[in-house]
Write a protein that binds this ligand. Structure first.
Ligand code: HEM
Length: 389
């Protein structure tokens, strides 16, 4: 009898999930985690099926293992069709009114200011000095949030998404930050109601299909989710991409010399090391898989990051290969809940990393060991110090 145990709250899974994922895929493809009180799916075919089969794998009780109850059933990520379809069409419509190309110049400007500062200082902690301020700056343009709020916003979002690995619960600080963000979003929306402007929050407020708008609470919680998802996923993803390039100097050199490679570097990084590793579903009915029975009401962790390393789908999956062009990766999910911020995120990362490489064409990481954020969903180093030659 094996004594293998996988705990989704463990620091081991935060810091190096890939050997654990491999064991799960090979030996326990439908794994009941006692400490996590959830099933874990890791094979590409199973994860894809669960992400697409919303009738069985519901998001309506939350899409994070330790989701905040106030979010469930009222946001884009935490509803099922038909409510989700309606909300998604409205948000998609609002996103469609905002051309990403308008955001390229402001993003470059914010990026260059951050690079000026780093070069002056002579060192760079990539997350707090670059990926985070640039992401929040660009997201603030998209949503119409004042630029001077970026540090405060980041601090609250980082706090909300983390889980205490000891208690397996959100901390009081985390809940306080959630309340702060809820009130802040409410005040932004109230200002847009009074004085509409050309930004995504105004468009979300105005969006209407067949004479139907979103309910007040849905607008507030979905706007809050856009801020939370945007700040954490995009900034962490940029950090993962920089980390991959720091660890693969050949790929770094090739990209710096040929910026046209950026789209394929981005897609391979989303496959190899997505910042959005694991999302939760809840079974709506009993479901048989690999000889196990997932019971109605059971929580299921759908491990996108593990599916992306499945050799049944991607040959030689642990090799970071920028020539791979992995079209079918799950780094941004799939099915009804596939990332709605993906075009914005791709614009942001492409623009910010191109600006970075123009001014900093070579970089290495300082520490061999990294500390990773405690999260059942996201993967990111706490800090990424880079040495600039
Ligand atoms: C590279 C950065 C990003 C990554 C890796 C990422 C990843 C993901 C993934 C995997 C999902 C699916 C969640 C699930 O299956 O439950 C998702 C959904 C979502 N993402 Fe992103 N995301 C990124 C950037 C963004 C940005 C910048 C925004 C906002 C501007 C955003 C907003 C959302 C929202 C609202 C959803 C829920 C969509 C729905 O349920 O219909 N994301 N994202």
């Amino acid at each position: 009898m094996s004594n293998f145990v996988c705990d989704p709250y463990s620091r081991e899974l935060d810091s190096d999930p890939f050997p654990i994922y491999k064991r799960l895929r090979d030996e326990y493809p439908c794994y009941w985690s006692e400490p996590g009180d959830c099933w874990m799916l890791t094979r590409y075919a199973d994860v894809t099926n669960a992400a697409r089969n919303w009738e069985v794998f519901s998001s309506a009780s939350g899409n994070m293992l330790d989701d905040i109850p106030e979010r469930t059933g009222v946001t884009l990520g935490t509803t099922d069709p038909p409510r989700h379809d309606h909300m998604r069409s409205l948000i998609q419509f609002a996103f469609g009114r905002q051309q990403n190309e308008y955001l390229v110049e402001p993003t470059r400007e914010i990026a260059n200011k951050a690079i000026d500062k780093a070069l002056e200082a002579g060192h760079l902690e990539f997350i707090s000095d670059y990926s985070s301020p640039v992401t929040i700056g660009a997201l603030s343009y998209l949503l119409g949030i004042p630029q001077d709020q970026s540090e405060t916003l980041r601090a609250h979002v980082v706090q909300i998404l983390q889980t205490d690995p000891e208690t397996r619960k959100k901390t009081q600080a985390s809940m306080d930050s959630f309340q702060w963000l809820k009130e802040y979003t409410g005040s932004l929306l109230a200002a847009r109601r009074e004085k509409p402007t050309d930004d995504l929050l105004t468009y979300i407020l105005q969006a209407e299909i067949d004479g139907k708008k979103m309910q007040e609470l849905e607008v507030q919680m979905t706007s809050l989710t856009l801020i939370m998802a945007g700040v954490e996923s995009a900034s962490s993803f940029m950090a993962m991409l920089a980390l991959n390039l720091a660890d693969h100097p050949d790929a770094q050199r090739r990209l710096v010399n040929d910026p046209q490679l950026m789209p394929q570097v981005m897609e391979e990084s989303l496959r190899y090391n997505t910042s959005a590793q694991r999302f939760r579903r809840t079974a709506s009915r009993d479901f048989e898989l690999h000889g196990e029975t997932i019971r109605a009401g059971d929580k299921v962790m759908n491990c996108y990051g593990a599916a992306n390393r499945d050799e049944r789908q991607f040959p030689d999956p642990d090799t970071y290969d920028i020539d791979r062009r992995p079209k079918q990766h799950l780094g941004m999910g799939t099915g009804k809940h596939v990332c709605i911020g993906a075009p914005f995120a791709r614009m942001l990362v492409r623009t910010a990393m191109s600006a970075f490489h123009e001014r900093i064409p070579e970089y290495h990481r300082v520490a061999d060991q990294l500390d990773w954020i405690p999260s059942t969903t996201f993967r990111s180093p706490v800090a990424l110090d880079l040495e600039l030659p």
